[in-house]
Design a protein around this ligand. Structure first.
Ligand SMILES: Cc1cc2nc3c(=O)[nH]c(=O)nc-3n(C[C@H](O)[C@H](O)[C@H](O)COP(=O)(O)OP(=O)(O)OC[C@H]3O[C@@H](n4cnc5c(N)ncnc54)[C@H](O)[C@@H]3O)c2cc1C
Length: 479
């Protein structure tokens, strides 16, 4: 049991998904815990991320489905033109945010976590300072500190936000208006999800990407397929290899595009709105990290697989960090898992995270998901460890359930070690890809071989048979 000479056994700075899970788990383990939050309880995921964006995607996805006359008529269904109320869709997202935020706060209180409102910082070794909004400063002592301060949208130089015509996802989730024409800067998962929402609700979208190819973070074969459905069929104009070097808010919003290679201005756009979705930066400023010797790397707090903060392989005692501020697979479930693992280690259990087992999803219609290694990472590993790489593709067009739904655009690519049969990674585009990836993530986590996996029986007819087919194809290739 941890000593009680401190005000708290554990202080968590930041009540996002990472901080929440850490504080809850620690309190359930009997620790005296405080959590400090400077803004809304629940952090990015609950207030400005996963929760409101998925609520918008759910509502706009229904609009898309009902408005898709061609698709519905193949079932013999005929609908009249779809009508929707933007403000009610926005309310749906806002209400969900309030509910989840309130539940999360109640959960922390119920398990005995003390919630302290204010801006937290490290004051010294085993000391945390908090400045409240009215300027009161307090110092608390604690055995351990978990930093879970998350991240904020990155806005490249030259782009001016007015949060009305030029905005980031922080404002896009409010869906305050529907621009006739919107440029989305960035073709990562956030840009793609909002393109899905906006096009479903009748907006024209232009997508701008600084790298050579659109959707650069996804598997190239998945991108080829997904691009057709998610971008081309929705008449989304794409401009890649260009930087938006100047964006001026107003009516219209003026966008200047500069070629990534020649650095010459090559284009300009006059649009109704711009969504800046160019990645996120860690919230590691003003935390007084230097006072305990923490050196950030590009703003991220370096950690080991036990969530201990490290500086050049030296552990900073009693300080842990979890979530987006650590820059590892910046997703809500990563933050939550890291939070739990940090607490397990604080409590004397030796627990480590394995990022290769953490799935990621883009909740477009249809979805994209992945887990484990990319094909190029797998090739490198195969070379390094002298094994043969296996790659199989399983198609939704051969799946009865997908065909019954008339949603057969989709593919699963499975990467595996042909010598051992171990699964290395998977990449999916298709109906419910976000759910399907979990099965492969579990297989990687359990270190299972495709031989073993290929004999597991799947319900017919379900989309999960897409995974079964991939395992069966892979098993045939095992040496
Ligand atoms: C539009 C969008 C959609 C997303 N969709 C998904 C999704 O579908 N699935 C998914 O897994 N992930 C998604 N994410 C990512 C996910 O939201 C983040 O990975 C997750 O919120 C990170 O959790 P965290 O606890 O590290 O940080 P955060 O959620 O950012 O929380 C950090 C908290 O710390 C507080 N804080 C910061 N500094 C201080 C301080 N000094 N003192 C006190 N409090 C402080 C902040 O106010 C904040 O509340 C999405 C993100 C965005 C932007």
């Amino acid at each position: 049991m941890i000593t009680s000479t401190f005000d708290f056994d554990l202080i968590v700075i930041g009540a996002g998904y990472g901080g929440f899970d850490a504080a809850k788990h620690a309190a359930e383990k009997g620790l005296k815990v405080a959590i400090i939050e400077s803004n809304d309880m629940g952090g990015t995921c609950v207030n400005k991320g996963c929760v409101p964006s998925k609520a918008l995607l759910a509502a706009s996805g229904k609009v898309r489905e009902i408005a898709n006359y061609d698709h519905l008529s193949k079932f013999g269904i005929h609908t009249s033109p779809v009508r929707f109320e933007r403000s009610k869709i926005a309310d749906h997202a806002n209400n969900l945010v309030s509910n989840i935020r309130s539940n999360l706060t109640k959960t922390l209180t119920r398990v005995g976590v003390e919630i302290i409102r204010g801006f937290g910082r490290i004051a010294a070794h085993q000391k945390v300072g908090v400045r409240t909004k009215n300027g009161v400063d307090q110092i608390f002592t604690c055995e351990n500190i978990i930093i879970a301060t998350g991240s904020s949208p990155f806005v490249p130089p030259g782009i001016t936000l007015d949060n009305r015509t030029v905005f980031t996802s922080d404002d896009a989730v409010k869906l305050e208006w529907l621009p006739r024409w919107i440029a989305i800067i960035g073709s990562g998962y956030i840009g793609l999800e909002f393109a899905d929402v906006y096009t479903a609700l009748g907006c024209e979208v232009t997508m701008i990407e600084a790298l050579e190819n659109i959707m650069p973070t996804f598997d190239p074969d998945i991108t080829k397929l997904a691009k057709k459905t998610l971008l081309e069929s929705r008449y989304i104009e794409t401009k890649s290899n260009v930087f938006a070097t100047k964006v001026e808010p107003g009516c219209p919003v003026k966008v200047e595009l500069t070629d990534a290679n020649s650095k010459e201005i090559v284009d300009s756009l006059h649009v109704d709105a711009v969504l800046v979705a160019t990645g996120r930066v860690p919230n590691s400023k003003n935390l007084n990290l230097e006072s305990v010797g923490i050196k950030v790397k590009k703003g991220y707090i370096p950690i080991d697989d036990k969530m201990r903060v490290i500086n050049d392989k030296v552990i900073v005692p009693n300080v842990w960090a979890v979530g987006d501020v650590t820059g590892k697979l910046m997703l809500a479930h990563t933050a939550a898992a890291q939070g739990t693992i940090a607490v397990e280690n604080i409590c004397g259990q030796s627990k480590q995270i394995d990022y290769k087992t953490i799935p990621a999803a883009t909740f477009t219609h249809p979805e994209i998901s992945s887990v484990g290694l990319s094909e190029s990472e797998s090739k490198e590993l195969a070379k390094k460890e002298s094994f043969d790489l296996g790659v199989v593709k399983s198609y939704f067009k051969a799946n009865s359930k997908a065909l019954a739904e008339l949603e057969s655009d989709g593919m699963l690519k499975l990467l595996f070690n042909k010598n051992s049969g171990k699964v290395l990674g998977a990449h999916i585009f298709g109906l419910h890809a976000a759910d399907l990836i979990q099965e492969v993530a579990n297989a990687i986590s359990r270190n299972q071989s495709v031989i073993e996996l290929s004999s597991e029986i799947h319900t017919h007819p379900t989309l999960s048979e897409v995974v079964e087919v991939a395992y069966k194809q892979a098993a045939l290739q095992i040496k």
